[in-house]
Design a protein around this ligand. Structure first.
Ligand code: ADP
Length: 256
């Protein structure tokens, strides 16, 4: 057993990346999941910490929703997603008795669980830990950032859709990062145009370019656009590895 499993903390993790979004439904968990899968495909060992306590969707996206975490002497052992154990996941979803059970907790209990997730999961050695956070800038975010600070996270990826409302919410995320001293790795514009699966024509269902414009304005890197892709929705619904299964899909180039 390696060092980190012995101590059950994050010391065996090289880089920690938080994924933030101003509002729900913009694709934060999608980006967290695909980022983890993309890193795995480039030969990295990756963990995902799902601290979106009220909407833990990653277990389903990775088709491990029926698995359970178990305790070892050093804390919780995360769920391995693949046989090779190159991608592991810890989520509140694994602690619920029924998958559709609601987490109706007050702030202090949520904050305590986040701290416990940071201190008590035996990840072992990882190249990357991706932390999927709840939408917005709540107490839970402050708890996560404070608990992770000793491990010097690489920074945060901010996810937005192109519309002005979502972009406006990301402005608040930028302020949050500034106030908490969390570096902004960059902004991803998700659901950026719909590429027709039949004729490959891209239609901008919503306005386009809001994320890129915000990045320019805020002087942070723009990491790219992910189109709205029905095959991506389907692969997430069915817990498939999108990058492996749909290399010809319009959203594929965004993840490699
Ligand atoms: P959030 O974590 O921000 O609440 P999710 O990642 O759960 O949002 O995404 C919300 C829904 O949108 C999911 O059903 C997901 O499959 C779908 N989705 C997200 N991004 C895309 C995309 N680029 N193309 C197609 N479907 C997407």
């Amino acid at each position: 057993m390696d060092t980190a499993q012995e101590t059950g903390n994050l010391t065996g993790i090289r880089q920690i990346i938080l994924v933030l979004s101003g509002k729900g439904g913009v694709g934060k968990s999608t980006i967290s999941t695909e980022l983890a899968l993309a890193l795995r495909h480039s030969g990295k060992k990756v963990g995902i910490l799902d601290v979106d306590l009220c909407g833990p969707s990653i277990p389903r996206m990775l088709k491990v929703q029926d698995k359970a975490v178990h305790q070892c002497d050093n804390g919780w052992v995360p769920v391995f997603v693949d046989q090779e154990q190159t991608i592991s996941l810890m989520s509140v979803g694994f602690l619920l008795e029924k998958p559709d059970e609601a987490v109706v907790w007050r702030g202090p209990k949520k904050n305590a669980l986040i701290k416990q997730f940071v201190s008590d999961v035996a990840w072992g050695d990882l190249d990357y830990l991706i932390v999927d956070t709840p939408p917005g800038t709540s107490d839970e975010h402050i708890s996560a950032v404070e608990a992770l600070r000793p491990y010097k996270p690489l920074g945060a990826v901010l996810v937005t859709t192109p519309q002005a409302i979502s972009v406006g919410d990301v402005r608040r995320e930028l302020t949050f990062c500034k106030k908490t001293g969390l570096r902004v790795i960059g902004i991803v514009e998700n659901m950026s145009g719909f590429v027709c699966p039949h004729c490959s024509e891209c239609t901008n269902l919503f306005s386009k370019g809001g994320g890129e414009e915000l990045a320019r304005h805020a002087k942070v890197p723009f990491l790219g656009c992910v189109p709205l892709d029905p095959q991506l929705t389907k692969s997430l619904e069915e817990g498939q590895d999108f990058i492996q299964e749909f290399p010809k899909s319009p959203a594929f180039p965004a993840f490699i």
